[in-house]
Design a protein around this ligand. Structure first.
Ligand code: ATP
Ligand code: MG
Length: 445
């Protein structure tokens, strides 16, 4: 009996952590290019911090009684040196840490942005993953409502640039610490009267973080939350002036908004302005961006007291919206696919392909799948499937004569002049560039 070969078991990725496959690359690229250009247009500078941080940064920076710190962090002890580390669940704390560590604010305020993966141990569902991506901005060192307004306008511009509609802005003010303390007393009294109706989270937070009870997603608690004393009624002069200042700028810039007194945000460090951008097209995970002012945070993390505000947006949710609204850009193939047969033609093909790339064209050079030279016919099939605009054809004949064959493969050029042309090698780049321009102009009509 022959020994049966066991097939190795297939490995899978970690639950809730997605592969971003090539078919979605164009969509990611479109989003990232658009968002970067928007960020540049407001003078924001990119900052890149590590994905791993000391756990303490988040327990201190986000707050102990939050969903993130209570139950969502990927934390572990480094087996090599015993350090407590956490995969970043968000990036504001890390950006603030870096700004303090590198004394970045010594010469005045900074406008910063980041993009990258974040990690939260949540129940995976549409729009909620364990590894997801955020783009975020942090405006450090600006105390007035003008900075709050600026970062909100940035979001509106991004929606417009992406072509997204129907994303609604909700704002609220969390006031100052004293105002929250006065409200908290009343809120606890109110919640105590309804304690038997609270869910497990609500009971636990009643005394530790009662404001968060209002942020519940439990439908059974909506009425209790709606009728609770409103923080907005406890605001003092400064907080009210700040909130009104923001509203004035938003109105002057035609940004519609609603005031949602229950909007409190999950993270502890917010004060004054908070806001969310919400769509009803994504089911339960409708918040695509969220942010606000977090003036206490920089001092809390060991820096000099410095005002700050920012937002973070969920990239996957925005991409989902782009798909929902049919705004996915057409993914074009490369410019040229080079097919060749015979050793001399292969050598020439490499030279031609490199020369075309020197001029800025995108080129795929046919490589055989099995190490054998494939027929022109099967190579042309690959060329077609690649989505390239042109095939460049090199055989022994072409090499001997110092020419190449050029065949339009897609678009208007292919319909109008489907025939293969013979072009002198030295004229090839000019011919292709002209042909690309002409076919792009035809395509515009
Ligand atoms: P939620 O209430 O939906 O849990 P959050 O308050 O925890 O959101 P933030 O910490 O403010 O969210 O993060 C900002 C944005 O990042 C969210 O509005 C959302 O678009 C996105 N986001 C947050 N958590 C996830 C996740 N697990 N998967 C995908 N996107 C997420
Ligand atoms: Mg959350």
């Amino acid at each position: 009996m022959t020994e049966q070969k066991r097939k190795p078991e297939k490995l899978t990725g970690v639950k809730g952590m997605n592969d971003i496959l090539p078919q979605d690359a164009g969509l990611w690229d479109f989003f990232e290019t658009t968002v970067k250009s928007m960020l540049r247009s407001y003078g924001y500078q990119n900052i890149r911090t590590p994905i791993l941080e000391h756990t303490q940064l988040f327990t201190r920076g986000i707050g102990e009684v939050t969903d993130i710190v209570e139950k969502e962090m990927y934390s572990f002890t480094d087996a090599l040196n015993g350090e407590n580390l956490t995969l970043r669940p968000e990036n504001t704390a890390a950006v603030v840490r870096a700004s303090i560590e590198h004394n970045m604010l010594y010469d005045g305020p900074k406008r910063l942005w980041y993009v990258g993966p974040m990690f939260r141990h949540e129940r995976p569902q549409r729009g909620r993953y364990r590894q997801f991506h955020q783009v975020g901005v942090e405006a450090l060192g600006f105390a007035g409502p003008d900075a709050d307004a600026e970062i909100i306008l940035m979001c509106q511009r991004l929606w417009d640039d992406l072509g997204l509609t129907g994303i609604k802005l909700e704002i609220n003010s969390l006031g100052l610490a004293e105002e929250r303390a006065a409200h908290r007393v009343e809120l606890i009294k109110y919640l105590e009267q309804h304690v038997e109706l609270l869910d497990e989270d609500g009971k636990r937070r009643l005394y530790t973080n009662p404001l968060r009870v209002l942020d519940t997603k439990n439908p059974a608690l909506q009425e209790i939350a709606n009728n609770a004393p409103k923080l907005i009624d406890f605001l003092g002069d400064h907080s009210r002036a700040h909130f009104e200042g923001l509203q004035r700028i938003l109105k002057a810039n035609n940004i519609p908004f609603t005031i949602n007194p229950r909007l409190v945000r999950g993270l502890d460090y917010y004060n004054l302005t908070v806001f969310e951008w919400i769509t009803d097209k994504l089911g339960a995970q409708g918040t695509v961006a969220a942010g606000g002012r977090y003036d206490p945070l920089i001092e809390q993390l060991g820096g000099k007291p410095t005002a700050a505000c920012g937002w973070a947006m969920g990239v996957e949710r925005i991409l989902e919206l782009l798909k929902e609204d049919d705004l996915v850009p057409q993914d074009e193939g490369c410019d040229v696919y080079v097919v060749h047969q015979g050793d001399a033609a292969r050598d020439q093909a490499f030279i031609v392909a490199e020369r075309l790339r020197d001029t800025g064209l995108d080129v795929i050079l046919h490589c055989s799948a099995d190490g054998q030279s494939a027929s022109f016919k099967s190579q042309m099939k690959r060329a077609d499937a690649s989505g390239a605009a042109f095939a460049v054809v090199l055989g022994e004949d072409e090499v001997a004569k110092g020419v190449v064959g050029v065949k339009p493969l897609r678009g208007v050029a292919a319909d109008a002049r489907n025939e293969q042309q013979t072009i002198a090698l030295e004229d090839l780049t000019e011919y292709l560039i002209n042909a690309m321009v002409a076919s792009a102009e035809d395509g515009d009509d």
